[in-house]
Design a protein. Sequence first.
Length: 130
Amino acid sequence: MARRREGDWFAVPLGEAGYAVGLIARAPKRGDVLFGYFFGPLRAELPAADDLHDLKPEDALLVSRFRDEAIESGAWPILGSTSAWQRDVWPLPELDNADHAELTGEHVVRRYSEDDAASSLGARTLASVA
């Protein structure tokens, strides 16, 4: 079982095509909901964590909450950790609830706790564009 920590880089296998990479930006002391940044391009082989140090939050293709099952089981292998992890460099933004938007046509963004990405701190509806 892999132990996950904030600042850990991990690989996301994409079948025969290769790998994407992610960074754990929030990991609770208890619980299984993480928040992370996910990056391309597609990599044919597992990269070394040292090869990822130039990636920045604005380079991410996806920012999302996710469960830690794949990391804990080793299906998404930990590649290493960032040196001198700085939480404030990797913010936890408000997240759009795409499922709600698809059902209602309203875009709702939700804020989550910095210490527990499973805990919502509230939501607001974005003004629709006419």
